[in-house]
Design a protein around this ligand. Structure first.
Ligand code: SF4
Length: 301
């Protein structure tokens, strides 16, 4: 069928190449998303994960084409709805490693409601956001994380809006792992992704992933000259107030690293008693006769 990409999932990954999808990325030369893709491939190799154990889910946007470029199960869903679909799949099969990928417009604008409540529910997902501070796929409109005064196609005289801060928002919404990376620092980013995937609960890794085509303000050099690692600053990741203070710095220093982690976190799956016995729901018998199942399906069609 058109639109379905079948990856080779039955491999014992030895290198990042084993996590290459059947489709090559169609991103512009210099797009930060290449570094994010390479970092996730590296993280999965280092964690010893296998493609058939992973599900990548995305919404819509340049970065949301990700599942086609990554060797795992994958779903390319609706604009802003990736976290809702991911919550359902994680509840249906809580043994899968579910990784959600997308951009700032998709995740913090169109899907802002889902971002709030997936964090609050502490669903055991890893959410990787490639934040380029612009809508790239639609050729350069203001996004929730665009800077104030920024001139874009939709704000030709400069934006009057204040940017959204995904790190402080995630912490306030109840996320139990919150980190920020930079797409050109693959070593640090891969380490952050590994910690996020291992964390039990909702994990956000938001990433400065410059769009050289439509965002000339916040380019590679802007971040390269400012990013500073939290681990070099002796930051206490259990201190959410310190995490928020560090996350709000946006001047000559912009921090990357793990801002906050609740190491005692209990995920939604831990708290749902039905998931604690009998394995994933998707493998259990429905408990319905064929006739009952047909009737329910007919009612829903
Ligand atoms: Fe990347 Fe921007 Fe090109 Fe989209 S438009 S692929 S975000 S560089």
């Amino acid at each position: 069928m058109d639109g379905i990409i079948t990856h080779d999932l039955v491999v014992e990954p030895q290198s990042v190449n084993d996590f290459k999808g059947k489709v090559d990325p169609d991103w512009c030369p210099g797009c930060g998303d290449f570094g994010v893709l390479n970092s996730l491939r590296r993280a999965c190799v280092d964690l010893g994960l296998k493609p058939h154990e992973i599900l990548t889910i995305s919404g819509i946007g340049c970065s949301s084409n990700f599942p086609g470029f990554f060797n795992s199960f994958g779903m390319h869903t609706l604009h802003g709805r990736a976290l809702a679909v991911a919550t359902g799949t994680k509840m249906a099969n809580h043994e899968l490693t579910v990784i959600v990928t997308g951009g700032d417009g998709d995740g913090f604008g169109i899907g802002g409601n889902h971002f709030t409540h997936t964090a609050r529910r502490n669903v055991d997902l890893t959410y990787i956001v490639m934040d380029n501070q612009i809508y790239g796929l639609t050729t350069g409109q203001l996004s929730p994380t665009s800077n104030k005064d920024m001139k874009t196609k939709s704000t030709p005289f400069g934006s009057v809006e204040s940017p959204y801060n995904p790190v402080t928002a995630a912490i306030m919404n109840g996320a139990t792992f919150v980190a920020r990376g930079f797409s050109s620092d693959i070593k640090q980013l891969s380490m952050l992704m590994q910690k996020a995937i291992k964390h039990n609960g909702f994990s956000l890794v938001t990433i400065f992933s410059p769009c050289p085509t439509f965002n000339r303000d916040n380019d590679f050099n802007f971040f390269k000259s400012r990013v500073k690692k939290l681990e070099d600053d002796d930051h206490d990741t259990s201190d959410w107030k310190a995490a928020c203070e560090k996350a709000m710095e946006w001047d000559d220093t912009i921090y990357t690293g793990v801002f906050f982690q609740d190491k005692e976190s209990e995920s939604l799956g831990d708290l749902e008693p039905i998931l604690g016995k009998g394995g994933p729901l998707c493998n259990r018998p429905l408990g319905l006769s064929g006739e009952q199942a047909d009737r329910i399906i007919a009612q829903m069609m």
